[in-house]
Design a protein around this ligand. Structure first.
Ligand code: ADP
Ligand code: MG
Length: 422
């Protein structure tokens, strides 16, 4: 359904996206997870044809996004990070406007608007927001309008960039429910820098850091990347062989590493099965054996730690052995590279380092120009402020439809999502 091959994006000398490849299919919610500045929005803008890649290929249902943009884009509904909304239009006028730009007309257009406003709860048995001016809607309802426009014309692929940012907890739950529901019969890709968001909604997680994929797997497999184990670290005063003997009979112990120190001290690292907590047993066994415990620390390998280790500021290791990719299919070679990368980044989790390094905030470019936030039909990216003109919504709409054509963003490689379809 979506195939992304080795996509790169350079802004001048800066490599924002450094060779991303993945495939995505129907019936699954994919999560782009990564710290701010990781390259999620850039990748999404490239997949949706709003931004030209420096290198690489994107196929949507077999259509090349550059060779056949209309074919590719017709299968995609996109909610950019800044939803492209006209504040002075009513919800219905705006959806009509977007629907027409997507090629919908007449009865079909109105059936589609009715479907999406119901699906996004802009209209139900008790409330109807379709006649409200968008500027009078709360952030949560504006976000619904943004999602509703993405759903118009029923595209098979829905791409949502940070869809719950700025929403209150109830709105977050509602939007997440909607995304999960959409995942049943669509291919959904959503991005977030929040781990709990991704783990609540996504079936498959693609972790992006510094413009590259550092892990890509089903959510349940990601939690196992840490090795399905937790650790107890002890400092004891005792003999190595006695410690080994004693711990070998404790249920739940996977392995024991002992490092003897000066003054009869030993550092003991016990790997234990996830879901077991044997701290008390260990305490009493050591007490019975009259081996004093001087310190005990319990370390749980959580998904959060895995995420932090994966997105820490570890540059690619040039000395790392390249996997032998000659006999592999391109897909297997990519999967193999990601796996090697993942393993290398997770080494800090299992080698007993005191703590996992903090994920760095990627420094934002101070003079970052506006991203092309309004890919589909919007002449200008929406900014949440009152427009200067004071025309009525209908007149405004008509004027905008006739007079304005999608304006090029500061990136001159911007292309409108539905360019060429009207
Ligand atoms: P994310 O969505 O993961 O937060 P982005 O894709 O927005 O990350 O940005 C990735 C990196 O590219 C960031 O360091 C950002 O500052 C930089 N960047 C994004 N857009 C531009 C641009 N138009 N010009 C220069 N740098 C940009
Ligand atoms: Mg972003």
């Amino acid at each position: 359904m979506i195939e992304v091959r080795n996509v790169k994006k350079h802004y001048g000398d800066f490599e924002a996206v450094r060779g991303i490849s993945f495939t995505a299919d129907k019936g699954t919610v994919y999560g782009f997870l990564g710290p701010n500045g990781a390259g999620k929005s850039t990748t999404m803008n490239i997949i949706t044809g709003c931004l030209a890649a420096t290198e690489g290929e994107v196929f949507i249902n077999g259509c090349d996004i550059y060779e056949d943009p209309a074919g590719a884009k017709s299968a995609v509904g996109y909610l950019p990070e800044q939803p492209p909304l006209y504040l002075d239009m009513t919800v219905e006028e705006y959806l009509e406007f977007v629907g027409e730009a997507k090629g919908l007309r007449g009865e079909k257009l109105f059936r589609e608007i009715d479907r999406v406003v119901k699906r996004t709860a802009l209209k139900d048995g008790t409330a109807d927001f379709t006649d409200r001016l968008i500027k009078n809607l709360s952030k949560g309802y504006r976000q619904r309008v943004g999602i509703a426009q993405a759903l118009l014309a029923d595209p098979e692929i829905i791409i949502l960039d940070e869809p719950t940012v700025g929403l209150d907890p109830r709105q977050i739950i509602e939007i997440r429910d909607l995304i999960r529901e959409l995942g049943h019969d669509h291919c959904v890709i959503l991005s977030s820098h929040i781990l709990t968001e991704i783990s609540a909604v996504c079936d498959y997680v693609i972790i992006i850091s510094h413009g590259e994929i550092v892990a890509s797997d089903k959510l349940e497999n990601l939690t196992k990347l840490g090795g399905s184990r937790n650790y107890i670290d002890l400092t004891v005063r005792g003999d190595e062989s006695a410690v080994h003997r004693m711990l070998s009979s404790v249920p739940g112990v996977i392995s024991v590493e002992i490092e003897t120190k000066d003054l009869g001290l030993a550092h003991v690292r016990i790997a234990i099965e996830q879901g077991t907590d044997i701290r008390e047993t260990v305490f009493f066994r050591f007490a019975d054996a009259r081996i004093p415990i001087l310190s005990m620390n319990y370390e749980e390998i959580t998904l959060e730690k895995i995420f932090l280790a994966l997105t820490a500021d570890t540059a690619a290791d040039p000395s790392a052995e390249e996997p032998d990719e000659e006999d592999m299919s391109p897909e297997d070679a990519v999967a193999q590279r990601v796996l090697e990368n993942t393993k290398r980044r997770l080494e800090s989790l299992t080698n007993g380092e005191e703590s996992v390094p903090e994920a760095p905030g990627v420094p934002e470019m101070p003079d970052k120009p506006e991203m092309p936030a309004a890919p589909q039909v919007t002449p200008e990216p929406q900014v949440p402020q009152a427009p200067e003109d004071t025309e009525t919504p209908a007149a405004d709409k008509a004027g905008k439809k006739k007079e304005k054509s999608p304006k090029k963003s500061k990136d001159d490689d911007y292309t409108p999502l539905f360019g060429g379809r009207d």
